[in-house]
Design a protein around this ligand. Structure first.
Ligand code: CA
Length: 218
């Protein structure tokens, strides 16, 4: 497995290279964000260990850029910051996992192994289709870059559909995942809310598949 370490603290970078190499990984090291981004773009890595505070380009910017370019290499962020907010920022810009410095090498290795068990697949931080976009981090929804106000339930329904583009989802599935006490609700409530979404976001966004359910236009 090939791992890219993007870290500007030379001692930590060396220690990681030494440890990971001893554990059988092929290791590349970059000492700043811009070099890290270049290497990650072209290197076909199985995982990236990415510091947050880096010269030239921050770790946040590196992971955001990779995701925007449709690069889904698993990213584990490493940071000296320990505020909850920073962790959330890292994960929201597209990282898969987060470790706060100082960390033990054994724990790092466990996180890395867990990342490598997942195959890289598209995990966009911002969801969208056509001109509709939804950012789960800020809960902002826009149509053609114009913000749209959704109720929490409309938002939940839209997010559920956006995570299943082009797939037919039944009313029951929607009820189970978007409403919490589905047992007491009639599937008709789904119809009503699909109607609200169409009104706010465009008539053709959600297609009715007769007798089956709904499908979001990809
Ligand atoms: Ca640093």
């Amino acid at each position: 497995m090939r791992v890219l370490v993007v870290e500007d603290e030379t001692r930590l970078a060396h220690a990681l290279r030494r440890g990971l190499t001893a554990d059988g990984f092929a290791v590349d090291v970059a000492g700043d964000g811009a070099t890290g981004l270049e290497k990650a773009r072209h290197g076909d890595f199985d995982a990236v260990l990415l510091d947050v505070m880096l010269p030239r380009l921050s770790g946040y910017d590196v992971v955001r850029t990779l995701r925007a370019e449709d690069n889904w290499v698993p990213v584990l962020m490493l940071s000296a910051k320990d505020g909850e907010h920073d962790q959330a920022d890292g994960l929201d810009c597209g990282a898969d996992d987060y470790l706060t410095k100082p960390f033990s090498y054994v724990v790092l290795l466990a996180h890395l192994r867990s990342l490598l068990r997942r195959a890289p697949q598209a995990r966009p931080a911002v969801l969208g289709t056509g001109d509709v976009s939804l950012d789960p981090a800020t809960r902002k929804v826009t149509v053609a870059d114009r913000p749209v106000e959704l109720t929490p339930r409309e938002y939940g329904l839209l997010e559920y559909l956006l995570r299943r583009p082009g797939r037919v989802v039944t009313k029951t599935e929607i009820l189970d995942h978007v409403w919490d006490s589905a047992a007491e609700l009639s599937p008709n409530v789904v119809e009503v809310y699909v109607g609200y979404l169409r009104r706010k976001l465009g008539r053709h966004l959600v297609e009715t598949v007769r007798g089956a359910g709904y499908r979001l236009q990809p």
